[in-house]
Design a protein around this ligand. Sequence first.
Ligand SMILES: Nc1nc2c(c(=O)[nH]1)N[C@H]1C(S)=C(S)[C@@H](COP(=O)(O)OP(=O)(O)OC[C@H]3O[C@@H](n4cnc5c(=O)[nH]c(N)nc54)[C@H](O)[C@@H]3O)O[C@H]1N2
Ligand SMILES: Nc1nc2c(c(=O)[nH]1)N[C@H]1C(S)=C(S)[C@@H](COP(=O)(O)OP(=O)(O)OC[C@H]3O[C@@H](n4cnc5c(=O)[nH]c(N)nc54)[C@H](O)[C@@H]3O)O[C@H]1N2
Ligand SMILES: [Mo]
Length: 893
Amino acid sequence: MGTVRVGVDGIAVTVPAGATLLDAVRAAGLDLPALCHDDRLTPAGSCRACLVRAGGAVVAACVTPADEDTHVEVAGEELLALRRAAVELTVSALPPRALEGGPEASELARVCHALGIVPETAQAEGGRGRDDSHPYVHLDRDLCIACGRCVRMCAEVQGTFALTLTGRGADTVVTPGTGGAWLDSDCVACGGCVDTCPTGALTEPGLPVGAPRGDLTRTRTTCGYCGVGCALEVLTRDEQVTAVLPCHDGPVNRGHACVKGRFAHGFVRSPDRLTRPLVRRRGRLEPVSWAEALEFAAHGLRAAVAAGGPDAVAAISSARATNEENYLVQKFMRVVIGTNNVDNCSRLCHSPSAAGLTASFGLPGGTDVFDEAELADCLLVVGANPAEAHPVVGARLLQRTLRGARLIVADPRTVGLAGYADVHLRPRPGTNVALFHGLAHVLLAEGLVDEDFLRRRAAGLPELTALLAGYPPDRVAAITGVPAGDLVAAARLYGRAERPAIFYGLGVTEHLHGTDGVRALANLAILRGAAGTGRGYGLSPLRGQNNVQGASDMGALPDVLPGYQPVADAAARERAARAWGAPVPERPGLRIPEMFAAARSGTLRALWVIGEDVCATDPDADRVAAALTACPLVLCNELFLSDTARRADVVFPVASWLEKDGTFVNFDRRFQRVRPALPPPGEAVTDFAVVHALAAALGADLGCRTPADALAECGRVVPMFAGLSHERLDREGAVPWPCPDPGAPGEAALYRERFATPDGRARLASVPYLPPGEEPDDRYPLVLVTGRRWAHYNSGSMTRRGGNLRLDGVDLLDLNPGDAARYGVRDGEPVAVESRHGRAELTARLTGQMAPGQVFCAFHFPSSGVNTLTSGHADTVTSCPEYKVTAVRLIPG
Ligand SMILES: Nc1nc2c(c(=O)[nH]1)N[C@H]1C(S)=C(S)[C@@H](COP(=O)(O)OP(=O)(O)OC[C@H]3O[C@@H](n4cnc5c(=O)[nH]c(N)nc54)[C@H](O)[C@@H]3O)O[C@H]1N2
Ligand SMILES: Nc1nc2c(c(=O)[nH]1)N[C@H]1C(S)=C(S)[C@@H](COP(=O)(O)OP(=O)(O)OC[C@H]3O[C@@H](n4cnc5c(=O)[nH]c(N)nc54)[C@H](O)[C@@H]3O)O[C@H]1N2
Ligand SMILES: [Mo]
């Protein structure tokens, strides 16, 4: 992209080609009001506040392109008067409260102050009323200047199209497109409209218009909900969160956010927060001092090791916690206890991605960072619902589609993006491998493969070609239920695109053959030569938790040390042992489901559960509860008395992501800083401090006193993290791994030269399609798919404590109207769901988004019992539960 040179009041500036005069004026360091303008949006040119003179004419700077050698005149009494008149006209239609809070009250107030417009200019009567129906977005109609920024934000950034301008002339005002109250609209509370509103017409409860902001403390951190990794600025006063705003320079979110990171912070000061350690005495959990709790835990751990050796102890580390905390937990287990029994919720989530991507390409992460993948001209979104589960990513994928990229969605349900898809493939749950083979069959049959790439950089083509002969479209249609014509159409779109990218989620991994699914999906990228190009696109798992990538990177896994170095590898053990000054146990440890089985059989004698509500979120919950009951010692680090904490013998109260220091790794392998915005409540401390304290109670010292030390030590154990440090991240913001060199950038796009497999080639996988573990029958005739809804997060422990409950307060079962009629279920009425394993109580919602024979629910309200329904079937390679396929029956109300 070229540049142009522009003169601004005699100052020469260089701006990128395509820039506007407003960009040039700002590049010159001059202030120019622009009330209808936001850099995140297409310019509107409607408010006339940015009038300048260029080429002899008075023009709105925000919509006038900067041409080479343009001379822009900004200063001068005449231009100032024009701008002042334009803003005065706008302000005169507003009531006095628009300018009562002083210059810092709003962008408009600031502009008025700068232009010398006095508060008395705002004299209108108003009386158009407010809409305070929504917990997070409040509308004062009288302050609306119809600049349209909110409407454009909702359309161009969020992509929800929930807002419109209605009325005429001075009466024009923003309204939800559905007409009624804001709460009942399509708004998904990303906060974008509030963020861009220049007048205070749209505000959030913590920051009403005119409220003083000067005394707020601002802390930049990384969101602790999902794995997108949004950079957020937390505003606090008196140790309370006032608001959380998206950082406009956020490397991933670029000024966008979602209802969770932006608004769901009410949990932080919830009266339910745990503030003191608890110990079980005479069957009841009672508050005790830290010294007592630690002594009790240490005593119990010693007894467990004495009775069953180090392997009688296990820990589930937290993908909600920081890298440094996860690093410390696995070090504690390996060095202090002497076992590899440590795992994290990647097991339940994207462990098939780690296994599958490693087998296909060599490393357990996506092939490219999102910014590059997003440049694709064809998006294949598979078994992922980013509109709800990764809203900031979902919004960007939608914008890419609206700007011309082709879109294929593969999901049994009509998820948010499906409405915009060129082709929506709706496979029966559990039939992905056949679906992907069907697509690959067409790619091969129609010559839509990259022969040169396959020759130079891939292995396994002859075997795959032979296998794919058995997956012609007709047979695949019979297995998956996807019409052969749709399959061919999708394969042609993906096959003919120049830059095809794949994004996928749990609809691929949480299956009996999840790892095979990942590998069969990777086959498509390899056949097209669409991975390791160095130019982006590739294949990206939309990883779930804020730090599930990092928890695994740090070695909170039973078979690998930090940096995925196998515990079975003597050299890797030796390297870690040298850094840690203690031997590393040789035998790979237990995976989460194996831990529960060992507890039930009596061989596991102590389990430390850190930030995972296993009783609510692991499958076949009754058997999980039985495991905890059987285990002589259960320790739990929690924010709340979760179903799991309730069953523990010791509960340590801990800090949340808003209260701690460290780093997270997001879904596309980027390290970012996490900083405390407020202190934890009561006696709660960080997970980091708890691990240190428990080690000390056992007479051990884990070293690395601070989180920064822990990351530095990790870099000494793992060459690919050697270039990372807190100090560097403070300076640079986000740095992707691999990052071996402190002086060089991390590797955003992997495998430019060679894949990280032993022979440097990507491996095509010849895995046959095998049916799911659970199949419907006469007694359990429906297939239940479980997944996510936009307003709640996993166990819901955080999102159910605050305004999100008003956005989504009922645990729903989605089902097709035809099935509802057949089973006598009515919309909005209670329905019991029974599987071969358990029973849940939900409320029915009839929707055409569901295919006949399938029902869907989330698992955000543990009291409904959804995870008593799910089975013990798990991915044959990684033990990831088959959450996406459970045979059920319905019993109306
Ligand atoms: N609002 C919200 N956001 C979240 C979370 C949350 O709880 N709430 N959780 C976070 C976590 S931990 C994770 S892991 C991510 C998960 O993010 P996603 O993977 O996007 O979430 P899910 O809704 O579990 O599943 C995705 C889709 O898989 C589809 N699916 C089911 N079976 C199949 C199949 O056989 N084939 C295909 N092709 N598709 C299938 C489902 O219909 C569903 O729409 O979200 C993260 N973000
Ligand atoms: N039916 C069904 N079940 C599923 C899934 C599904 O699709 N369907 N998805 C699975 C997936 S992908 C995942 S990732 C799991 C998620 O399951 P979990 O990890 O159990 O769920 P979360 O609610 O994210 O967090 C667990 C607990 O951590 C606590 N917590 C939050 N922050 C911290 C912290 O910093 N430190 C500590 N110590 N605790 C903290 C919270 O209060 C919460 O109780 O659920 C799985 N369960
Ligand atoms: Mo997850």
